[in-house]
Design a protein around this ligand. Structure first.
Ligand SMILES: [Fe+2]
Length: 435
């Protein structure tokens, strides 16, 4: 029966039309939520976890007191910690603001699909997280341009209402925009969610916080607070990296790092995609901030120079999906390469509808380009459930629908299982093996 479903559903997804704008109530922006820390200064706050290397997790938190140890005690039973690990802490300055102590501790090796209970710095409440499974299926919650408004709270509640394994965020986290206390407030707002599941992020324009001469390189708060496993993937920059989780190779690109053909990022990407082994990771997905395909009038053309530089490399690597943020709306494209439908190109999705203070991007190009299959300016989040080596389900959930309702949803096959595309992959892997 399950096999039959897999045969029927992909066919249905191509038969059932998803075209055109769906007329729907457009939500207005909602006010900022400023989240306070109400515990003692030594207690952890802004706790979040991220994947780092195989079977390890990085636990990050902030304390207002400086002499709290960077230690995490953890175990599989509530309040019983049979393991412990230590890490490092530091703070940063930004004009007259000095951050709290930002702690990072890597713990593991951890068992898959297991709940661990943990305590940070030996004080405060107990947290818990669940590690990703060892095998398919795996479910990703995907949302960009999150911010910290009442819409953000609503998005997070919807994300949390059903189960997922890993959250992927294609840029624009706190919208602090140089007001550093807003980074702390954001950390406290997301803690109930980001302390329970790994959150993997890449940077958006709102992370830059560049000040000419004083902070010319920017990303001071972002790099200090949200370090991602870039060294583990051979990247020298926290602004781009990759990692594997359950048969999926995930590439986090940096829209705000140099991506020209002579750049470190370009060379790193070429090296990274050359190492992909589709027999080990049949799925390859990419996240970046400024979309390469976008029929919204907001941010038109901003991703174009990056597309021109890197699209061919992604196409040659048979990337399955590319997720972007930046445009505060939802849009799903067909498989595309060089502005045309291409059955071996990635599916492009804009998911910058997390709920930030700037509100929605309401106006679209008319008529809708034929490669755009579904577009709508509403807040929400996406779910990518990879069922097995060959099939995945994508759904988009509007905040003002019930949590279980998917406004847009589609089944699709991975490119490594499409005969005409997988030939190219096999050829590439063969050449790679021969070298
Ligand atoms: Fe943005």
């Amino acid at each position: 029966m399950a096999k039959l479903l897999f045969l029927i559903l992909p066919i249905l997804s191509f038969v059932v039309p998803h075209h055109g704008s769906v007329e729907f109530f457009r939500q207005p922006p909602r006010p900022l939520v400023y989240t306070l820390h109400d515990g003692p200064k030594s207690h952890p706050q802004q706790v979040h976890v991220s994947l780092v290397g195989k079977n390890f997790m990085k636990v990050s938190w902030v304390t207002e007191e400086t002499d709290v140890p960077s230690r995490v005690d953890y175990g599989k039973v509530q309040s019983k910690y049979d393991s412990s690990a230590t890490g490092e802490h530091s703070s940063y300055n930004y004009f007259f603001y000095t951050s709290g102590e930002i702690h990072h501790v890597t713990i593991g090796p951890l068992d898959p699909a297991t709940t661990y209970y943990y305590r940070c710095g030996g004080s405060g409440q107990e947290f818990n997280f669940r590690t990703p499974p060892a095998t398919f299926p795996i479910e990703f919650a995907i949302v960009g341009d999150l911010g910290q408004t009442e819409w953000t709270s609503s998005t997070l509640a919807h994300i949390n209402a059903s189960n997922y394994d890993v959250l992927l965020l294609p840029g624009d986290l706190s919208y602090a925009d140089s007001q550093q206390p807003l980074w702390d407030s954001f950390g406290r707002l997301v803690e109930p969610y980001a302390s329970r599941r790994p959150w993997m992020v890449t940077e958006g324009n709102h992370e830059q916080e560049i000040v000419p001469i004083i902070y010319p390189n920017g990303f001071k708060a972002y790099n200090a607070r949200w370090p991602m496993p870039h060294e583990e993937s051979g990247s020298e920059s926290n602004l781009y990296y990759s990692f594997d989780v359950v048969g999926t190779h995930i590439i986090m690109l940096g829209s705000y790092a140099d991506f020209s053909v002579d750049s470190d990022q370009y060379k790193w990407l070429a090296n990274d995609v050359a190492k992909i082994d589709r027999s080990r990771t049949p799925w390859v997905i990419v996240l970046l901030h400024a979309p390469w395909y976008n029929s919204n009038l907001a941010h038109q053309g901003e991703g174009e120079s990056m597309r021109v530089a890197m699209e061919e490399m992604l196409h040659n690597s048979s990337v399955d999906m590319v997720f972007a943020g930046h445009v505060h709306a939802y849009e799903r494209f067909s498989r595309v390469y060089d502005n045309k439908v291409d059955p071996c190109g990635p599916i492009y999705i804009t998911i910058g509808d997390g709920g930030n203070r700037e509100g929605l991007a309401m106006t679209y190009k008319e008529p809708s380009p034929s490669i755009s299959l579904y577009r709508e300016a509403s807040f929400g989040h996406g779910r990518l459930r990879i069922m097995n080596e060959t099939h995945a389900h994508w759904s988009w959930h509007r905040n003002n629908d019930s949590a279980s309702f998917a406004a847009d949803n589609v089944w699709f096959k991975g490119l490594s299982s499409e005969p005409s595309c997988s030939q190219k992959i096999r050829g590439k892997n063969f050449q790679h093996d021969e070298l």
